[in-house]
Design a protein around this ligand. Sequence first.
Ligand code: TYM
Length: 332
Amino acid sequence: MEEQKKKVILSGIQPTGVFTLGNYLGAVRNWAQMQEDFHSAYMIADLHALTVRQEPADFRKRILSCYALLLACGVDPDKSVVFIQSHVPAHAQLGWVLACNTQFGELSRMTQFKDKAAQHADNINAGLFTYPALMAADILLYQADLVPVGVDQKQHLELTRDVASRFNGIYGNTFTLPEPYIAKEAKIMSLADPLKKMSKSDPNPNGCITILDEPGTIVRKFKRAVTDSETEVCYREGKDGINNLMTIYAAVTGLSMDQITADFAGRGYGDFKAAVGEVVAEHLRPVRERYADLMNNKDYLTECYRKGAEQAARIAHRTLEKVYKKVGLLPA
Ligand code: TYM
């Protein structure tokens, strides 16, 4: 009975590089925590990453290493369905049907499309534009109740709900309407420019911490973090750099903002930045170690992603069949 009440969650991450501290605190760390209480499915969104040109040999390696990173961050293939998106063809299949039920105007409003089109002006391809329809398919195939993401994905989630409820309205109840589940650390900012989100594509390498950075590198990057001209460590509007560092420190230590302010009273920014660097480096140490072990055991990784694909395909296929039938496709 208890089992039946468990909600379903699904989330994904693109294999565009080593996960950043933003990916980790805003999303992946929560996935590991949530798998205890939910039916959870997590995927490496490799098809999404094709919207930007990839170097094939490097891309293939990165997909596997990102899969290993998910496990290193605590996502457990015995508790969750952990798979690679392209291994489950139903994603592309439902993505097409949903693209046919998503309006040009809706897709044109997506800020991620506008940002990425500006970043890759030489490759504004159709996939970049229809990306949210594929993301909706990822979620709706599993009838997810909750989708744990950072705040930058919220607009895609709203579109997913709109598309799902329109489809349900036309064809009868088919999809569960998913809710975004946004962590407290919904937006970790760049250390070099605290008005911009921390991202792998930060032009300044000091702005972004990856979860495999060496401890010395992490400490050095935090020491260089941009702050302000005051001296008091406190969370206040306008202190974007310090607010970001406090958010990170609180996420890793579990301390409240008030406790942090009290602990660093009269100590200045230098001490605080060094302390943030040290706790983050220490926190990520086991992730780095687990990752190294996993990459030495490729057979285990292969076994896990194959099992994940089978489990995912079974669930996804049920929804796809239902959809094909509802829209009137002739069964094969
Ligand atoms: P992606 O690969 O850009 O990011 C993965 C997750 O990390 C979160 N995130 C952040 N959170 C806090 N601070 C930051 N600086 C930061 N940077 C990234 C993102 O919000 C995301 O949750 N379209 C998705 C992948 C995807 C997906 C899905 C997600 C494909 N299908 C279905 C959920 C459900 C993306 O590009 O995330």
